[in-house]
Design a protein around this ligand. Structure first.
Ligand code: C2E
Ligand code: MG
Ligand code: MG
Ligand code: MG
Length: 290
């Protein structure tokens, strides 16, 4: 009987594994035509000054709507696109669309805001990355001061090369933020050495804000950022309680469902409109402000 069970569970794993691989191959295949078939869209989530709740920027987040697969989460397809290299073309599309949108809002007379765009490691390390960024700014006419790139700690696998690219971006006037900070393997001590502008603290610290140890790490990261004159952003704020703890510990900026989920460009523009009517627009990037 045991033997039979073993055999069954082997067959089960085999089927599971097969399903996972089949899904991955399907995504890979479908990703190839997603751009030309206009299946990608960007959503925008506001970044908010925590004390005043003013919108001071936004993050562009990629959405994939496939006619048959439905909405595929970036958490699922970005890693596939990274692996196959498709992320380079997809990343360029995102960058162009986000800059174009931000420029369009500025041209409509909304107070200029900084747009944050996620950049994956493979895209960042591509030899034509700097050239693509430069040409996107040229084509869209967006000033570099209103673009921030979010990268993760994993670029530190190549410290030397990555630092050179960071310096070049900074020279162009583009802001750089370390996303999901605290989840990777790099140490706190690397932060003062990096030419970056902002630390974005990972949502897990905000989720566990009532845990004594997590809170003390959160405080350490905030203090480090502030003492280096970096922007500090908390991601994934969902409750008023979390907001208050963050404010009490000096965290200047945040983002999360408490304020808004990522929304369509039309819905984001309505928020801009409302902010303008209330006279609460802002014209600085968190990093430019200090
Ligand atoms: P991320 O850059 O850390 O983005 C934050 C994620 O947290 C987003 O998920 C956002 O919708 C979600 N989020 C924001 N506030 C809250 C909150 O209060 N509660 C909860 N539960 N979630 C919140 P999303 O849009 O599914 O994106 C997941 C990840 O996929 C992103 O994490 C980023 O790493 C990647 N990604 C998204 N768009 C792009 C892109 O254009 N390029 C690249 N390379 N990666 C992208
Ligand atoms: Mg991000
Ligand atoms: Mg993040
Ligand atoms: Mg994250």
């Amino acid at each position: 009987l045991a033997k039979e069970n073993g055999k069954n569970s082997f067959r089960f794993y085999n089927t599971e594994l097969h399903a996972i691989l089949a899904r991955k191959m399907k995504l890979e295949h479908e990703l190839r035509r997603a751009i030309e078939r206009s299946q990608f869209k960007l959503s925008y989530q506001p970044k908010v000054e925590l004390r005043t709740e003013r919108i001071i920027g936004m993050e562009a987040l990629l959405r994939w709507e496939h006619p048959e697969l439905g909405i595929v989460s970036p958490a699922e397809f970005i890693p596939v696109a990274e692996e196959t290299g498709q992320i380079v073309a997809i990343g360029n599309w995102v960058l162009e669309r986000a800059c174009e949108q931000n420029k369009a809002w500025q041209d409509k007379g909304y107070p200029p805001l900084c747009i944050s765009v996620n950049v994956s490691v493979r895209q960042f390390q591509h030899r034509e990355f700097l050239m693509s960024v430069r040409s996107v700014l040229q084509r869209t006419g967006l000033s570099a001061a209103y673009l921030e790139l979010e990268i993760t700690e994993s670029i530190m696998q190549n410290v030397k090369e990555s630092t050179d690219v960071l310096h070049a971006l900074r020279k162009m006037g583009i802001g750089v933020s370390i996303d999901d900070f605290g989840t990777g393997y790099s140490s706190l001590f690397i932060i003062p050495k990096l030419p970056i502008d902002t630390i974005k603290i990972d949502k897990s610290f905000i989720d566990d804000i009532d845990d004594r140890v997590q809170l003390s790490m959160l405080k350490t990261i905030i203090d480090l950022g502030l003492s280096l004159n970096l922007g500090v952003v908390a991601e994934g704020i969902e409750s008023e309680h979390q907001r208050q703890v963050l404010v009490a510990h000096g965290c200047p900026v945040g983002q999360g469902y408490l304020y808004s989920r990522p929304v369509s460009p039309e819905a984001f523009e309505e928020m801009l409109s409302a902010a303008r009517a209330a006279g609460t627009g802002s014209n600085t990037c968190p990093d430019i402000a200090n």
